[in-house]
Design a protein around this ligand. Structure first.
Ligand SMILES: [Zn+2]
Length: 394
C-alpha cells in the first residue's frame, strides 16, 4: 500500500514539474547543489514528512545528499523512499549519467539506519582462489579490480543503458575495462592473483544484454557467475546495486587490495588525476592511495607529459560506495577528465597512455606491499581460464 502511494505521489510530481527524461548521448547541464536542494525540498516525500535537506555536495563523481531524520518517520530505513527520490532526481536532472549518489540521513549512511548489509558468515563457504602459477614479488596477493560502470538494466525504462555518456569516442563504461585489463596482465606477470569484478576478456562472448559481456556491469557479472543475491542486490536500484556489487564481491573473495578505476567528468574545463580513499573503510587505504597516486603522477610526468596535473589524494567521507563498503585497503582512481578535449580526452585515446598508467598502478601496488617489481609488463601472460572466472574453485 505504502509503495503504491509513493509511486503515485512521484508520478503526479513528475507530470506536474519534471522535464522530459533525457535518453540520449546529449550532455545534460550539471545541476548545482542549490537546484538539487530546491528540487528535494519541494518533493512530496519531503513535504509530507516535514523533512528537509541538510547538505548536498559533489566530490569527483560522487553526489552526496544528506537529509534530516524526518525523512524516516519510523526512524528506520525505508527502501521505497530512497528508490523514489533517486528515480525522481534521475528523471529531473539525469544525475545517474554523471554521478553516483550516496544518500545520508543526519550525516550517516543508510546502513546506519537499518539498510541491510550482507553477512558473509551466513553465505556458503567463501571460495578458495588458486594462486597464480607464476611466482613473483606479488605472489600470494589477491587484488580485486573494479573498472567503473558498464551496461546495466534500467528497470524504469526496461532497456539496457550505458551508465555514462560518450565524449568524442570515449565512454567510461568501456574505457575503464580496457585499462584494467592491462592492469590485470601486469599484476599476474608479477605473481598476483586477480579477482575480476567485471569481465575483462573481450572474447568472452555475448551477454544477456546482447552486447559483449566485457561491456556489462559488475552486477551482471556476479549474476552470471552464480554468486549469492546478497552480493548483486545490495541496494534499491540496479544502478546502485552495481556499485555495491563490487565491494561485496571483493569482501566475499577475501581480496587483499581493492582498486577501482574511473574517469572523471565535469564541465569540460578540468584536467588531471585524483585518487580517493575512504576515511574509515580500512586504515591502510590512505597509504595505498598515496602509493598508487604518486606512481601514476610521476610515471605520466616522466614518460608522457611533464605538465600532467596531480589533483591530489582526497579523503572521501562515505561518498563513494565502492570504497566505503570494501573491507580491505581500497582506493578509487579518477584518471582523467573525459569531457576535457585536451589534454585528457586526447590522451585517453592513446594506447600508450593507457599502458603506462596501468604499469604505474601496478608499481604503486608493489610500493604499497614493500616489494621491488622489475620489468612490469602488460604482455598477456599465459592465462589459465581460471583467472577469468570468479566462481568457486574446487
Ligand atoms: Zn566513473
Amino acid at each position: 500500500m505504502k509503495k503504491i502511494t509513493l509511486i503515485l505521489a512521484g508520478l503526479i510530481f513528475f507530470l506536474s514539474v519534471a522535464p522530459t527524461p533525457v535518453h540520449s548521448n546529449s550532455r545534460a547541464s550539471i545541476p548545482d547543489d542549490a537546484q538539487i536542494t530546491d528540487f528535494l525540498n519541494h518533493h512530496p516525500l519531503l513535504v509530507e514528512s516535514g523533512a528537509s535537506v541538510l547538505d548536498v555536495y559533489f566530490q569527483g563523481e560522487a553526489l552526496v545528499i544528506n537529509l534530516d531524520q524526518y525523512i524516516l518517520p519510523q526512524g528506520e530505513f525505508d527502501e521505497d523512499i530512497f528508490t523514489q527520490l533517486q528515480a525522481d532526481l534521475d528523471k529531473a536532472f539525469d544525475i545517474n549519467r554523471r554521478f553516483m549518489t550516496t544518500f545520508k540521513v543526519e550525516g550517516q549512511t543508510l546502513d546506519h539506519w537499518g539498510q541491510p548489509m550482507p553477512v558473509f558468515e551466513d553465505l556458503i563457504k567463501p571460495p578458495e582462489i588458486l594462486d597464480s602459477t607464476r611466482s613473483g614479488p606479488l605472489s600470494g596477493v589477491k587484488v580485486a579490480l573494479s573498472p567503473g560502470h558498464g551496461l546495466y538494466w534500467n528497470e524504469y525504462y526496461g532497456e539496457w543503458w550505458w551508465q555514462r555518456s560518450e565524449f568524442w569516442g570515449i565512454r567510461e563504461d568501456t574505457l575503464n575495462s580496457e585499462i584494467m585489463r592491462y592492469v590485470q596482465f601486469a599484476l599476474i606477470n608479477q605473481g598476483a592473483m586477480v579477482i575480476q569484478l567485471r569481465q575483462f576478456n573481450p572474447n568472452a562472448g555475448i551477454g544477456v544484454s546482447g552486447y559483449p559481456t566485457w561491456q556489462e556491469n559488475s552486477r551482471q557479472y556476479a549474476i552470471a557467475a552464480g554468486l549469492p543475491a546478497t552480493i548483486y542486490d545490495g541496494s534499491s536500484t540496479n544502478y546502485n546495486s552495481d556499485i555495491r556489487t563490487r565491494p561485496y564481491m571483493a569482501n566475499y573473495y577475501g581480496a587483499d587490495i581493492f582498486l577501482s578505476l574511473h574517469n572523471n567528468g565535469w564541465d569540460g574545463t578540468l584536467t588531471g588525476t585524483e585518487t580517493y580513499y575512504d576515511h574509515d573503510n580500512n586504515p591502510w587505504s590512505l597509504y595505498l592511495a598515496y602509493s598508487v597516486h604518486n606512481r601514476i603522477i610521476s610515471t605520466i610526468k616522466g614518460q608522457y607529459d611533464l605538465d600532467w596535473w596531480s589533483r591530489g589524494v582526497k579523503k572521501s567521507y562515505d561518498a563513494y560506495g565502492e570504497i566505503n563498503y570494501a573491507q580491505m585497503p581500497a582506493i578509487l582512481i579518477e584518471l582523467a577528465f573525459m569531457d576535457t578535449f585536451y589534454p585528457d580526452n586526447t590522451y585517453l585515446h592513446d594506447e600508450a597512455f593507457k599502458i603506462i598508467t596501468a604499469k604505474a598502478i601496478v608499481a604503486g601496488i608493489c610500493d604499497f606491499r614493500g616489494v621491488t617489481c622489475q620489468d612490469i609488463s602488460v604482455v598477456p601472460p599465459e592465462l589459465n581460464h581460471r583467472y577469468y572466472l570468479p566462481r568457486i574453485m574446487r
